[in-house]
Write a protein that binds this ligand. Structure first.
Ligand SMILES: Nc1ncnc2c1ncn2[C@@H]1O[C@H](COP(=O)(O)OP(=O)(O)OP(=O)(O)O)[C@@H](O)[C@H]1O
Ligand SMILES: O=C(O)c1ccc[n+]([C@@H]2O[C@H](COP(=O)([O-])O)[C@@H](O)[C@H]2O)c1
Length: 189
C-alpha cells in the first residue's frame, strides 16, 4: 500500500492539519495517510508542548470515522528528538509490504536541507506537499515533490494556543470533538 507519513507536533491538531491529511489521502495516489505525532520536533522548543499521549488522543478524535486516516504513536518509542529519516527507516523495516512517502506543508520545505541526513532522505522517499501561505513550493534539494492544488489554510497551532490563552472561543478552528476535549481538560490555558 502507498502510505503518506504526515509528521507533526499536532499541538494541538487543527482544521488545517485535517484538511491537509484528507486531501492527500483522497486526491492523490496515496491510499492512506498516517499522522505521526512527534513527541519532540528537533527544531521546536519543548515548553508549551502538551503531553504526547494527550496530543495523540486529540489526533485520534480528529480523524475518527475517516477511513484512510490513522494516527500513530510510533515515535514515542524511538530516540528523541524525532528525526524523520530514523522513523522512516524503522517503518520501512517493520512494514516491508508498504511504500512510504512524506506529507508536509510547504513551510517544511524551507528547512528541509537542515534535516538529519537530508540528502539521503530525499533520495529514499517522495514528498507530498500542501501549499502554506507565505511559503513557496521550492527547496534547494533534488527532491521528488507532488504538490496538491487545494485551498490555502492560514491556520496554525500557535494561533489556536494563543486564542485559548486569551480566553477566546476556538469553534471551527479545530474539529468539534477536539475542542470539547481541550475545553474539558483545560489544555493550553
Ligand atoms: N495551515 C496549514 N497548511 C498547510 N500545512 C500545514 C498547516 N498547518 C500545519 N501544516 C503542516 O503540518 C505539519 C505539522 O505541523 P505542526 O504540527 O508543527 O503545526 P503548526 O500549526 O505549524 O504548529 P505551530 O504553530 O505550533 O508551529 C507540518 O508539515 C506543517 O507544514
Ligand atoms: O528529521 C529532521 O531532522 C526533522 C527536522 C524538523 C522537523 N522534522 C519533522 O517534521 C515534522 C513537522 O515539522 P514542523 O517544523 O513543520 O512542525 C516534525 O514533527 C518532525 O517529525 C524532522
Amino acid at each position: 500500500m502507498k502510505i503518506g507519513l504526515y509528521f507533526g507536533s499536532f499541538n494541538p491538531i487543527h482544521t488545517g492539519h485535517c484538511i491537509v491529511a484528507h486531501q492527500m489521502a483522497y486526491q492523490t495516489d496515496l491510499q492512506q495517510v498516517w499522522l505521526v505525532v512527534s513527541p519532540q520536533n528537533p527544531f521546536k522548543p519543548s515548553n508549551g508542548l502538551l503531553n504526547e499521549y494527550h496530543r495523540l488522543h486529540l489526533a485520534k478524535l480528529a480523524i475518527q470515522g475517516i477511513d484512510r486516516l490513522r494516527a500513530t504513536d510510533i515515535e514515542f518509542h524511538l530516540p528523541r528528538p524525532s528525526y524523520t529519516i530514523d522513523t522512516l527507516i524503522y517503518l520501512e523495516e517493520k512494514f516491508p509490504q508498504h511504500e512510504f512517502s512524506v506529507v508536509m506543508g510547504s513551510d517544511g520545505l524551507q528547512n528541509l536541507h537542515k534535516w538529519k541526513n537530508a540528502e539521503t532522505l530525499v533520495q529514499r522517499t517522495d514528498f507530498y506537499v500542501y501549499p502554506r501561505p507565505g511559503f513557496p513550493l521550492s527547496t534547494s534539494l533534488k527532491a521528488n515533490i507532488t504538490a496538491v492544488n487545494a485551498p490555502l489554510l492560514d491556520i496554525s497551532a500557535t494561533f489556536i494556543r494563543d486564542q485559548i490563552k486569551a480566553g477566546n472561543d476556538i469553534h471551527y478552528l479545530v474539529p468539534e470533538p477536539v475542542r470539547e476535549e481541550i475545553e474539558k481538560n483545560g489544555y493550553y490555558r
